[in-house]
Write a protein that binds this ligand. Structure first.
Ligand code: MSP
Length: 513
């Protein structure tokens, strides 16, 4: 039986070029997608761009461009970022595509049919840059400007005719859902925030705008465009050929297993989205995971502070695997985390070059020099060897569980530790001392260490895919054997083949670089 897994990133506003925050959401989702694939799942990994709304219309105007043309250009930079980050997304959705129009129209008409939409007048605060409505308590005045307390974005007073969604009538159902599904919102701290927000009571939500035109028109009243968040959230269904609920993709992948998002858009995903789906009589996603913010030298990245980190620049200087590894090793998923170039260099040097990289290089060159460049055949392990090998194999259920709970930091810690242990084993066992006096012992040590390198490389593969692929290629492990299953097996290494040549995996970085 095929096991399916559907994971999504937020779809990004193509209002400016991609930055580190976008790269972060995408890399995390890619790591989970890759892990589920090597665990044997049929994975659908979706990303894309969120192209409607006032924010995009304004930005296009500022650039003297037609909004569609503007989106075409910037969406392309997000698409090319997927290649630069080495993402394995199977699809890239744009909300200006026809498949998405169809699906949003269907959601709208389901909400009309269920009686959850009514026409009224909205008057209140709106932030164009957050594309969000705010209550007066959520607003503060700084230097004579009204801004939203949470995001700091400017807000403006809006009064216009609007369709409303009866969000208030979903309060009980949502609370029941959170109660029954303890892991619907993760991490737990975010879940608590959402629950207490909903417990305070929900107001109906304005879901259409009339003061601009860049959006999907309300089917029965073309004066209105559908609120960009109702439009955007529906992308997760559009990619499954919704409204055709008989379609293979829809049937295989809905409900989604996890929506990976940033904490700033939790309310939209953990309150609005499930309420829309309940009203539309569709199943709810299994999980919404809200990660924290990437801070640049302890501060939120912003144009005005000039501290925006460009992932493409960093990758040019240090490499894709290096950035992927650093982001997930250093930032505790779920919390905010500061990144700096100095820490990035230290992380590359210590974890990648000195630990994993060095282990592979020295073992392979030893084999080349002393064993005709082939992994030696053996059959008599001692207790030490067995314990080392067993340690990874017996921890597989724990590692899988950590990933299934999005506990990426604990996962990496364990794998890095395996690599430290392997290095220590190689040093302490001193295979070079056995070359003449006991070649069989030397061979056993080498076989054991290559087995460890294979297993560590498979476990690191979702995080640093291209470097681990090079290592696994060197020891002749084919793509089909890059799997969790092959860690459990004892007969994957082929001792009849010569090792391929491995170039330096991670260059050490001088600190004044
Ligand atoms: N278009 C909406 C999402 C719609 S999903 C149906 C949106 N787009 S965004 O481009 O502004 O942001 C997308 C994601 O990037 C969000 O999850 C946001 O949290 C993340 N990040 C933006 N800046 C960030 C950091 N500095 N750090 C980490 N992630 C942050 O919101």
């Amino acid at each position: 039986m095929t096991k399916n897994f559907y994971i999504t990133t937020p779809i990004y506003y193509p209002s400016g070029k991609p930055h580190m925050g976008h790269a972060y959401s995408s890399i995390i989702a890619d790591i989970f997608a890759r892990f589920k694939r090597i665990e044997g799942y049929n994975v659908l990994f979706l990303t894309g761009t969120d192209e409607h709304g006032q924010k995009i219309q304004k930005e296009a105007k500022k650039n003297n461009k037609d909004p569609k043309k503007f989106c075409d250009e910037i969406s392309e930079t997000f698409r090319s970022l997927t290649k630069i980050l080495n993402l394995t997304n199977n699809d890239f959705i744009r909300t200006t595509e026809h498949r998405h129009f169809k699906s949003v129209n269907e959601i709208w008409s389901r909400l009309i049919k269920s009686g959850d939409i009514y026409l009224d007048k909205y008057s209140g605060w709106y932030s164009v840059s957050d594309e969000a409505y705010y209550d007066s308590e959520e607003i503060q005045e700084v230097d004579g400007n009204k801004i939203a307390k949470t995001s700091g974005s400017p807000v403006e007073w809006v009064e216009e005719e609007s369709y409303f969604f009866k969000l208030s009538s979903f309060q009980t159902k949502l609370l029941e859902h959170y109660k029954k599904n303890k892991d619907f919102i993760l991490p737990q701290s975010r879940r608590n925030e959402v629950v207490s927000f909903v417990e305070k009571g929900l107001k109906d939500l304005s879901i259409s705008r009339t003061s601009f035109s860049w959006g999907i028109p309300v089917p029965e009243n073309k004066k209105h465009v559908i609120y960009v968040w109702l439009d955007a959230l529906t992308n997760y269904l559009s990619a499954l050929n919704f409204p055709d609920t008989k379609d293979e993709k829809y049937r295989s992948f809905w409900p989604a297993d996890v929506h990976i998002i940033g904490k700033d858009i939790l309310r939209f995903h953990a309150i609005f989205w499930p309420a829309f789906l309940l009203a539309a009589n569709l199943p709810l996603p299994k999980r919404v995971f809200g990660h924290g913010w990437i801070l640049s030298d302890d501060k939120k990245m912003s144009k005005s502070l000039g501290n925006i980190l460009d992932p493409i620049e960093i990758i040019k200087n240090y490499g894709t695997d290096q950035l992927r590894y650093y982001l997930v090793k250093e930032v505790s998923l779920g919390n905010d985390g500061s990144i700096s170039m100095e820490n990035l260099r230290n992380c590359i040097n210590n974890d990648l070059a000195n630990n994993y990289g060095n282990l592979c290089q020295r073992v392979f060159s030893f084999i080349k020099k002393n064993c005709n460049n082939k992994i030696p055949k053996i059959n008599n392990f001692n207790e030490n060897d067995i314990n080392l090998i067993k340690n990874i194999k017996s921890n597989i259920p724990k590692l899988v569980n950590l990933i299934n709970n999005q506990n990426l930091n604990e996962y990496i810690k364990m794998v890095v530790n395996f690599s430290f242990e392997a290095n220590k084993y190689f040093n302490d066992s001193e295979p070079w001392t056995f070359k003449n006096k006991d070649p069989e012992r030397m061979n056993t040590i080498l076989f054991t260490i290559v087995e460890q390198i294979k297993n560590i490389s498979i476990l690191l593969n979702p995080i640093i895919p291209s470097s681990t692929k090079k290592v696994l290629d060197t020891i002749n492990i084919s793509d089909k054997d890059i799997s969790i299953e092959s860690i459990k097996k004892d007969d994957i290494l082929d001792c009849s083949l010569e090792l391929k040549t491995l170039d330096i995996l991670f260059k050490k970085i001088e600190n004044d670089n």
